[in-house]
Ligand binder design. Structure first.
Ligand code: HEC
Length: 96
């Protein structure tokens, strides 16, 4: 392997906490608190992340076909390098 697998506990959890869970969190229940983020699209929950792999990939991750910048809609935003790591994390099946 070229480099170690990017895991949820070792990388993903901190990534989503830094850039996503201020809107996409199971602790935020009203649309106001979530800034309008889709109900149940909670990125503090690994099984949910796995079930939204395609959507997260196309909204926020980088890969061979380019880098997606739709999410998050405001700062702080991840760097392109972090988006590429997100793409690898998702491509590996979002390992724990
Ligand atoms: C400031 C609030 C905010 C932050 C931070 C944010 N989002 Fe969102 N997200 C939204 C809103 C609002 C929507 C619904 C509107 C839309 O689809 O554009 C949404 C929708 C989505 C969807 C579509 C869900 C579906 O139903 O298909 C995905 C995937 C997503 N966000 C991923 C992310 C990821 C990954 C991050 C972090 C890198 C992130 N978002 C950070 C507000 C946010």
């Amino acid at each position: 392997m070229a480099h170690p697998t990017i895991t949820y506990s070792g990388w993903g959890q901190a990534f989503f906490a830094s850039y996503c869970t201020r809107c996409h969190s199971s602790t935020l229940t009203t649309s106001d608190d979530r800034n309008g983020a889709t109900p149940h699209a909670n990125w503090d929950d690994l099984p949910t992340i796995r079930s939204y792999t395609k959507e997260i990939d196309s909204f926020a991750a980088g890969g061979p076909n380019g880098i997606n910048h739709i999410m998050p809609p405001s700062d702080p935003r991840p760097s392109d390098d972090e988006r590429i790591m997100l793409g690898e994390f998702l491509a590996c099946g979002a390992p724990d």
